[in-house]
Design a protein around this ligand. Structure first.
Ligand SMILES: [Zn+2]
Length: 146
């Protein structure tokens, strides 16, 4: 169950993304394995991977500062400097020049349960976009390539 204050904050944070997206969004789920692959790709000059890694770095810096504490996207686990997410979902406009992303942490328990993608999309449908429909992807693992 999500409180009104959290719902309002999420709506505010997504306003810039909505403007960029024109109704079409992408979600990148970054598990520890994918983070390692992205880190390597970023070091080799992949700008998309670098952008995702910078977004996650920003989230990691924000987590200890936020009051009320940020919660896991798919449960009510609170994050802190001592309890960081095990994975992240990055929600952004489906376009190559997206400037804004919403980063949501996933706790270790949630990140390791089956069907992570389905649970993340269900959470975004519940919390952000009641009319969310999932389009077939063109290139698995890379929502901005086609
Ligand atoms: Zn969780």
């Amino acid at each position: 169950m999500m409180g009104q204050a959290k719902r309002r904050r999420l709506a505010k944070e997504t306003a810039a993304i909505e403007t960029e997206a024109a109704g079409v969004y992408a979600v990148m789920i970054v598990t520890p394995q994918i983070a390692l692959e992205m880190g390597a790709a970023a070091l080799e000059g992949n700008l998309e991977a670098e952008t995702y890694m910078l977004a996650i770095a920003h989230c990691l810096r924000e987590i200890p500062k936020r009051r009320p504490r940020l919660l896991c996207l798919t449960c009510d686990k609170e994050f802190s400097a001592q309890a960081l997410p095990a994975a992240f979902a990055l929600f952004h406009a489906y376009r190559d020049d997206a400037k804004t992303a919403l980063g949501n942490g996933l706790c270790d328990a949630c990140a390791t349960k089956p069907d992570l993608e389905g649970r993340v999309l269900a959470a975004y449908k519940e919390k952000l976009l009641g009319d969310l429909r999932v389009l077939p992807r063109f290139s698995p693992g890379s929502p901005t390539q086609n």
